[in-house]
Design a protein. Structure first.
Length: 266
């Protein structure tokens, strides 16, 4: 579906990764230009083939380009999904302050840059985005939270994306040991930006709680308990999460409920 009056929709539904990045770069602001409709599948290319997480390629040694390509491909897919998630936040929820849409368009632009940086590095390893299978967990959460911006802010930036703040330093250390300093550099940029993205989610989560007369901590706990079906995995990078808008009370609650680290296949 194409409509020049709906540039956010057009960017969201664009299937070609290069054209999606270009459309995101051209966006200049504004909230929903049409009544939101259900989007079971956003714009994405035919490849990568989407499979269950357990069917993803097994981890391989990061000492080889092929092994690093498996990891970098998974991260590239996360960033592509993150573009769609940010665009959907702009398209999905009418009636919010203009600053909400500006914030999430800025997030979309940074996610597009992350995707480009990782894809370029993936190509230097002899692969490309789409060469390996991937999973659809991030977008499934977008569908599950499509009816309420409060739920979206609680579960997408403050649960799923915040997990990146926890795991990225460890991934950087492994890549540094393998001698892939360019990947370490890219992930440093991503980690810096993602801290800001989680902070955006925290800020608008608290705004929505205040507008509804809700206690933010108790609301966060209730929404996670009621709607998050995954594992709350630790350990947490507490300092980064506090910078990104988590309260000490939220961190204590999360740590009391964390599961031990799982074999994450992204």
């Amino acid at each position: 579906m194409e409509n020049a009056d709906m540039p956010v929709w057009a960017a969201l539904m664009e299937t070609d990764p290069d054209r999606k990045v270009q459309r995101v770069a051209a966006l200049r602001g504004g909230g929903p230009a049409m009544a939101p409709v259900a989007i079971p599948v956003p714009g994405r290319p035919a490849r990568p083939v989407l499979v269950a997480p357990k069917a993803l390629p097994a981890r391989r040694s990061l000492r080889t380009p092929a092994g690093r390509a498996v990891l970098i491909h998974a991260l590239t897919h996360i960033e592509f999904n993150a573009i769609n998630l940010a665009l959907d936040a702009v398209y999905r929820f009418p009636g919010l302050p203009e600053a909400f849409y500006r914030d999430w368009l800025a997030v979309a632009r940074e996610e597009a840059l992350h995707f480009q940086l990782l894809r370029e590095h993936l190509r230097s390893l002899g692969s490309d985005y789409g060469a390996l299978p991937a999973h659809d967990g991030l977008w499934q959460m977008a569908v599950a939270t499509a009816d309420d911006p409060l739920l979206r802010m609680a579960l997408v930036p403050r649960v799923l994306e915040a997990r990146g703040l926890d795991v990225t330093p460890g991934i950087q250390a492994r890549l540094a040991q393998a001698g892939d300093l360019r990947a370490v550099e890219i992930l440093e940029r991503i980690h810096h930006d993602e801290l800001g993205h989680v902070a955006v989610g925290s800020r608008w989560f608290r705004y929505l709680c205040a507008s509804r007369g809700l206690d933010p901590e108790e609301t966060f706990f209730a929404l996670v308990n009621a709607h998050f079906r995954g594992r709350l995995q630790g350990p947490y990078q507490e300092e980064a999460r506090l910078q990104a808008g988590f309260s000490p009370g939220e961190m204590a609650w999360l740590k009391a409920r964390q599961n031990p680290p799982a074999d994450c296949r992204f």
